[in-house]
Design a protein around this ligand. Sequence first.
Ligand code: KG4
Ligand code: ZN
Length: 360
Amino acid sequence: MWGRDHGPLLRYDSPPMYVLGIETSCDETGVALYSTESGLVADVLHSQVDLHAMYGGVVPEIASRDHIRCLLPLIGQVLQQAGIERPDAIAYTAGPGLVGALMVGSGMANGLGLAWGCPVIPVHHMEGHLLAPMLEDDAPEYPFLALLVSGGHTMLIAVRGLGDYDVLGTTLDDAVGEAFDKSAKLLGLGYPGGPALAALAETGNENAFDLPRPMLNRPGFDFSFSGLKTAVMLVVRKANDDGTIDSSRADIAASFQRAAVDTLVGRALQAAKSEDLKRIVVAGGVGANRLLRKEMVERFDGEVFYPRMAFCTDNGAMIAVAGALRIADANDAAEIRAQARWSLDTLSPPGTAQSDSNEE
Ligand code: KG4
Ligand code: ZN
């Protein structure tokens, strides 16, 4: 058995190895090197935010081209930082995400795998987010409830073991990160709006506007954020008409953030209680939200785990650690996988066959 003594999760059945992680599913090029013996060795990130900002959202073709431009230099940088010539295995995000962007990471991982004669490991992006807390010293033990909140997903998952996932609830329409981004856009905060809206909210009154907490009183664990987004749109429209928008922008941001966080925390607490889970992991880009982090810790009668802020949003480190844990799924570098859609509950434990039924 190898690995740091970080609880039962980080144990490896293979000899110590360096796993290179490559993340290119959207608008960040992330590369990291993870050692199954000593943990995270190097981690670099190139954000494309400036390239997409003028368009108000991610432009897929621009994303793919920039991944092509940046990926190889970033890999070189990571290997140089670590002082090694090549890794023992390469993990890459195989989906879900923008298919062109995924193809860049997948093609590079498989090309380098062939050149270096090392195995490659396709990783599910959301499993990467879910396992990001395993990079921390206080990694959670199984089982736990995962609240995965990003620009594309809002999910509650009962995680009973690695690859043993029961999706309890998901969003019926917009993801919560999308609701943050769209509300920020309505407030004129630009792209990407989530962090900007959260910063503005710190200066506002969260009780100024009574916005809906969608679905909280319905059975089940699904989410819906389009009604909240519409409510924000109506409040903004009225403030524009009244000429009060400048003085009420921070209050609207704070009221929206409070409604979104109440909804996420309320739903997570309901799910944890129903499944009798004593640990909650919050991961994904919206997991960087300070109010969400604070509220979950205050309101949950159990342990709450988060990745550090930098590993909430997309990064190569979470893909490297997920690859290290899934080393049993490594294949010879010949199969380039890039799946725009890939349901998390089709995954299975490492070393067992995985279903690609949602492949597109
Ligand atoms: O996980 P991520 O980096 O990319 C996806 O896989 O989607 O998540 C990005 C999302 C964006 O919607 C962004 O606005 C949101 O996470 N986000 C935040 C914060 N930081 C990032 N939302 C609220 N508060 C934040 N501090
Ligand atoms: Zn993500």
